[in-house]
Design a protein around this ligand. Structure first.
Ligand code: SF4
Ligand code: SF4
Length: 512
């Protein structure tokens, strides 16, 4: 078994090293043809060509200097019009990602199929060979987290910080500088053309990697929690919603030249839902567009409160949401790192509700501009509010920090501290829901497993010791506290709303 694991780990590490090296490989040459294919407008060609023609047919050995020279030449071409404030002549979109992709050549471009197999398929196989025997072939019952505090990756060792740095760098590049990842994006061009009818963007790569990582880590979840139907079912659920709703359906809609939409993504998590370009896209697509708009509003106004009333916020956070899905699969090995302190809880309440307020203000400002045509409100430019939200919350918090900090602060940093939808769901859960975790205090041996593995930092043991129901707005109903409890103390239940704050006595206990 050890041989299989070590072989799997070696395969994974070699493939991962190949993947990491790809952005630095290849040659780049901008031709006049590529330039004209990307800038089809005659006026734009006239403005850009004097600057860019110095780069034509010049060969570069790496994309860093190529991108740097291209960006400089592009800025030079626009400089004169910017200085003169002739905004109608300024070209905003540099098409740098497509230019880099179309200009690339050499080893990567000539071996895309082989590199796709190595980087995605063989690496996944290696990962599974490493994980599966360790979790499945050991003839021990129960959920094992043995040695979790002895491994650097799961206990904030150097390797954990390196992994965090990689994730943060990945998010920075994908949001801000995707051109540097052009060779990774090229690998999924074929798949993108089949699914969407167009070459891959950075978001297609992101969606593909998201699904792949979740799929591989789901296998680990099925094995680790193999005796727990709740965990297996919700893992199937998040995987299904990610692959079908977040990846396949929006891409197929794009291919059909219909408005693309992730039907399970709800405002304010989907903060662009009420942006002018999105509303215009929906309202200009006939009945289907209006139906999509109606569906999005229905989820916010009716879907969320009704579903949370009956099932708690777990129906979304632990069964449907993509962020939650990644946290429950890739993030599962890090769940014990969540901060359980009172200070963290106070901080969490302030931050998450502030983000919700910010999201409401930003959306109100955007809608004001959409309906009135005025781009400023109380002297503040509505686009700057929108930009600040997109950068600070959409990119920094949800992306770079939310996922990048998994190995340092646990798996639900974004859901706990930043997600405005979680805040909305949490308010309903706290005040109007049938959901609670009941505790059978007499059976508790104070082992603390439940608190340790609560990814939301809830001190579950304290409730269990007092025999109190757990009614917390932050609880995502992942069920892991109940799964790891050796005494069956905890139970996730949707009972009558009345008396939810009273200690609940289970029917089987009433007999004694
Ligand atoms: S209290 Fe239990 S169900 Fe709720 S988030 Fe924590 S571990 Fe998950
Ligand atoms: S895991 Fe179970 S037995 Fe251990 S402290 Fe929590 S409720 Fe008590």
């Amino acid at each position: 078994m050890k041989i299989i694991r070590n072989t799997g780990l070696s395969i994974f590490l070699i493939c991962f090293a190949v993947f990491l090296s790809l952005p630095f490989l290849g040659t780049y040459k901008l031709t006049e043809k590529t330039f004209k294919e990307n800038f089809t407008d005659a006026q734009q060609q006239k403005i850009l060509e004097p600057s860019l023609k110095n780069l034509f047919d010049k060969e570069y050995g790496n994309n860093i200097s190529f991108i740097s020279d291209y960006n400089k030449a592009f800025d030079n071409a626009n400089k004169e019009f910017r200085e003169k404030k002739e905004w109608d002549k300024v070209i905003n979109d540099s098409h740098v990602l497509n230019i880099v992709k179309d200009s690339s050549g050499g080893f990567v471009k000539n071996n895309l199929a082989l590199l796709f197999i190595i980087c995605f398929l063989i690496s996944s196989l290696g990962g599974l060979m490493y994980m599966v025997p360790a979790l499945y072939l050991k003839p021990v019952a129960g959920i094992k987290n043995n040695h979790i505090y002895h491994r650097g990756i799961t206990n904030r060792g150097i390797i954990a910080f390196l992994f965090a740095a990689f994730l943060i760098a990945f998010y920075i590049c994908i949001y801000q500088q995707p051109a540097y990842l052009s060779n990774w994006i090229l690998l999924v061009d074929g798949l993108s053309t089949t699914l969407t009818g167009a070459a891959a963007s950075q978001w297609f790569l992101y969606g593909f990697l998201y699904c792949l990582v979740m799929s591989v880590m789901s296998v680990r979840m099925f094995i680790k929690y193999r005796n727990n139907n709740y965990e297996k079912l919700r893992t199937c659920s998040v995987l299904f919603f990610q692959i079908a709703f977040a990846f396949m359906i929006p891409n197929i809609l794009t291919k059909l030249q219909l408005p693309s939409m992730d039907f399970k993504n709800i405002w304010p998590l989907d903060y662009t839902f009420f942006f002018d370009y999105h509303l215009t896209q929906l309202t200009s697509n006939g009945m289907l567009g209006y139906w999509m708009l109606g569906w999005g509003i229905f989820l916010i106004v009716v879907g969320v409160p009704v579903m949370v009333y009956f099932f708690g916020k777990r129906w979304y956070c632990s069964w449907v949401c993509g962020c939650g899905g990644l946290a429950e699969t890739l993030g599962d090995p890090f769940r014990q790192l969540s901060d359980k302190s009172l200070k963290a809880w106070k901080f969490e309440r302030i931050i998450v509700h502030s983000v919700l307020v910010f999201a409401v203000i930003m959306t109100a400002a955007v809608l004001y501009t959409f309906f009135t045509g005025s781009s400023s409100i109380l002297g503040i430019d509505t686009y700057s509010i929108r930009q600040a939200y997109g950068f600070g919350i959409g990119f920094m918090f949800a992306g770079a920090i939310g996922t990048g900090f998994y190995p340092v602060m646990g798996s639900r940093v974004w859901c706990r501290f930043g997600c405005p939808l979680a805040a909305y769901l949490g308010i309903v859960q706290r005040f109007k829901s049938r959901f609670r975790i009941t505790t059978n205090g007499g059976q508790c041996i104070s082992c603390g497993n439940c608190s340790t593995y609560c990814e939301m930092g809830i001190d579950v043991r304290a409730y269990a010791q007092n025999g109190e129901n757990i009614i917390r707005s932050s609880c995502v109903g992942c069920g892991v506290c109940a799964a790891v409890c050796p005494r069956g103390v905890l139970k996730l239940e949707n009972l009558a709303e009345e008396g939810r704050f009273d200690a609940y006595v289970r029917p089987e206990e009433k007999a004694f």
